[in-house]
Design a protein around this ligand. Structure first.
Ligand code: SF4
Ligand code: SF4
Length: 473
């Protein structure tokens, strides 16, 4: 029985409700009156139910689809302006005892190079990341209680936050590790993590069990209920995602929105972020083996429909996507991207030799962070390294109410400019610096409150002169 407020996986991600939703969407995909009514509701920017959203996703009327894309772009602008937040993944260890059939870190892969960073290795990696300008990391690790126990993760977080190299600092560590206990989530919260990210991979239970034939991750319910435990452990900001391509995208989309509705129903706060990874090639993984792999046009529509349905949530796309694909989805709702990423263990301080491969997936967008920043600014986006909210205690429902009311924008825009100025002063190439300073001068005029504008201007000068860092609203 479907119940979004239930704590049981099978009740809040209910298979019957999803199949009924999909047939409702199929029946109504050309129902112009209903589609117009749903679009009208979406224009209020309060989000859509999974049923309404599924109708939009299924709709194949070109004119209506164009309306959806335009609305997604407008909502993106209203909530996020032209800012794009930058982050980098940091792989700590690829030891893993699970059997996920789509990931090269699975236990049976005997030829992939297995690596685990020591604290000294982490220090080297973090310095390399700071030296290219990163301030926000997502740490990643395989599931292996012996090799990667929670103590190792906690120690690594402490190491990362503790490194201050030149003007560099990692100011927010998001964590992407396997589903764990309330007690461990509490430890992560106390270690000062930003968002806890866990991809569901697929919401389709039968497929999930086949795709995860062995290891603790085989337990679908434990995995699906992980965000509830994270929130019970005091983590306010959680990040959802599915690996598109494992099962049918309509099913995944509906499950994803039901998961967001569940978090709202139980905790009063939806997901802080939604990631949209697509299956991509890796060491012993061939995308051709997966019949549900997603075409570009469907991927774009998914991004637009998520943006319309959950307007307040941050949306993340990684370097799994090519430059071209990232360019397209930036317009449709993406607010956060990775840049200059290495998906191998220890790839930042020293590139892996050709005979060794410890990467989780092949990076499609291989440009440097500076190239990514330059590219964003050429398209008139403001690259932002802002991490202010969590450090100002604006998390969970406090963050969401500021976000939903639009008040957060008074912070995001000046913070983006000040953190961009830090990047330009400390790390940018001359061309990027020149372009960035012009952009900042233009954007400064768009800060509506005079007082905020004055403070920002003063801080920008101090940063440029090397007399101050880490200002924030
Ligand atoms: S997806 Fe995660 S749990 Fe599965 S094999 Fe890869 S690292 Fe391990
Ligand atoms: S002010 Fe908060 S919401 Fe805005 S960019 Fe910074 S961290 Fe994100």
């Amino acid at each position: 029985m479907y119940n979004p407020a239930s704590k049981k996986a099978e009740e809040f991600i209910n298979h019957e409700e999803i199949t009924e939703t999909l047939s409702y969407a199929e029946k109504n995909k050309r129902n112009v009156e209903l589609i117009d009514a749903i679009l009208e509701k979406a224009r209020e920017r309060k989000g859509l139910s999974h049923r309404e959203a599924a109708v939009l996703l299924d709709c194949d009327i070109e004119e209506k689809n164009q309306e959806m894309f335009a609305l997604a772009e407008q909502i993106k602008k209203d909530f996020y302006g032209n800012r794009i937040v930058l982050f980098a993944p940091l792989y700590l260890s690829n030891y893993c005892i699970n059997g996920c059939t789509y990931c090269p870190y699975h236990l049976k892969n005997k030829h992939i190079a297995r690596k685990k960073l020591t604290q000294a290795d982490i220090e080297r990696e973090v310095i390399a990341l700071q030296d290219i300008g990163h301030k926000r990391l997502a740490i990643e690790s395989g599931e292996d209680p012996k090799m990667n126990p929670i103590e190792y993760i906690l120690e690594s977080i402490e190491t990362i936050y503790g490194i201050k190299h030149k003007n560099g600092a990692i100011r927010r560590v998001n964590v992407n590790i396997a589903a764990t206990t309330v007690e461990n989530y509490r430890k992560l919260r106390n270690a000062g993590i930003g968002t806890y990210i866990l991809f569901q991979e697929t919401y389709h239970k039968e497929s999930y069990l086949q795709l995860h034939p062995s290891g603790p991750k085989h337990d679908y319910d434990y995995h699906t209920e992980a965000m509830d435990r994270a929130m019970e452990g005091g983590i306010d900001d959680v990040g959802l995602g599915v690996l598109f391509g494992l099962d049918k995208y309509r099913y995944e989309f509906t499950g994803l929105l039901m998961h967001a509705e569940h978090l709202e129903a139980v905790f009063g706060v939806g997901p802080h972020t939604i990631s949209v990874p697509r299956l991509c090639p890796a060491d012993d993984i061939d995308v051709a083996d997966f019949s549900n792999a997603l075409a570009d046009d469907i991927f774009e529509k998914l991004v637009a429909c998520i943006r319309i349905s959950v307007p307040y949530t941050g949306m993340i796309v990684s370097t799994r996507e090519s430059q071209k694909s990232r360019e397209r989805v930036l317009h449709l709702g993406i607010s956060q991207i990775s840049g200059g990423s290495r998906t191998s263990v220890g790839g930042y301080s020293e590139p892996e030799p050709a005979y060794e491969n410890s990467a989780q997936f092949d990076v499609s967008d291989t440009r440097s962070l500076d190239e990514v920043i330059h590219w964003l600014m050429e398209m008139e986006y403001i690259p932002s390294f802002c991490t202010a909210c969590y450090r100002e205690g604006r998390t969970g429902d406090r963050f969401m109410s500021l976000c939903k009311s639009g008040k957060i924008l008074n912070c995001c825009h000046p913070n983006a400019l000040m953190t961009l100025q830090e990047y330009l002063s400390d790390y940018a190439s001359p061309e990027t610096k020149e372009l960035g300073e012009k952009l900042i001068a233009k954007e400064l005029k768009r800060i509506p409150r005079e007082k905020t504008r004055e403070i920002t201007e003063k801080n920008l000068e101090l940063i440029a002169k090397g007399e101050g860092r880490d200002f924030r609203f």
